[in-house]
Ligand binder design. Sequence first.
Ligand code: KG4
Ligand code: ZN
Length: 365
Amino acid sequence: MTGGSGGGGRILAVESSCDETAVAVVENGRRIVVNVVASQVALHGTTGGIVPEVAARAHLRWMIPVLEEARSRAGIEDWSGIEAVAVTEGPGLAGSLLVGITMAKTLAWVHRLPLVPVNHLEGHIYAAWLLDPEEDEKPEPGFPLIALVVSGGHTLLVEMKDQLEYRLLGQTVDDAAGEAFDKVGRLLGLPYPGGPAIMSAAERAQHRDRQFPRAWMNDTFDFSFSGLKTAARREVARELGVEPNSLATDGVVSLPDSSVAELAYGFQESVVDVLSSKTLRAAEESGARTIVVGGGVAANSVLRRRIEEGAAARGIRTLVPRPGLCTDNAAMIGAAGFFRARAGERGGSDLAAKPSLKLAVAQAA
Ligand code: KG4
Ligand code: ZN
């Protein structure tokens, strides 16, 4: 490690890019000392989605209590045990990012620590480096690796040949996978967020023959999920015996439980099939040793299983963090922040929120 006051690789990390206010302390990019997350899910459940202004205000309300809890549980008194402060600089909601960045800048300034900016998407990838509490050690993800990042705002497939090096293989051309889960969940009258609700509804499906389209995008590594929304609307309209156009734009309808389960199953199968097929093919074609899956949708047990089984059959190791580390948290920012700090990367007092920050751009192999 470089810089700081010799804190033995302990990073304090702050994450507030979307709707979780989170602070964590992580050691050597791997061991979680403490990981505190205040979720706004209940708050946004009442509106069926995130209202940016409401999210930013909730971050303001919770940032200090979350920091205090993390600080006291980690036993941080004089801060000499902390090496650097890492923070998500983007992508995300501008107002939400600003709260975390301001907090991190203040902490770095007051305690004279390096400030390390982290890309939220690389955080989702680096969650795979984190150890579970009961784990003593496990080998780090081996390179080259293929990372599938599937969250509420992003869907991308990335190749990494080394730490912090990203080559974009493909991304969604319209909705993110999580967004599709949320929109279809809403259409089916399921609670927000749609991902977990669709997963459990799908488990109750009696008939598993409902077909939803798959967008293979000419066999590129790009994704498209907006057609699924239209297909779901068509199915719902058929079920109700009405014209698709007569459904309200994001019309929450009342369908029998069995139909909701069957539609949830068909929809989930389509998303999982496309995500897992493309990830496995990318891994095969690039000779990857490891597949890493991160982001909220990686909490989906069907997707996890499908990729794990496919990878095992090809002799490739899969690392999918436990569900609590797939959804937004600060431990993942602490993991990525450790490697960024080690590479000597620093943010100044002018560090700004970057709502549209990219992880990588497509480039030749
Ligand atoms: O990574 P994340 O917590 O926040 C963003 O950075 O966007 O991802 C949230 C997304 C939501 O769209 C949610 O519906 C989805 O992850 N999600 C799931 C599951 N759990 C969360 N999608 C499918 N299956 C799940 N079990
Ligand atoms: Zn995220």
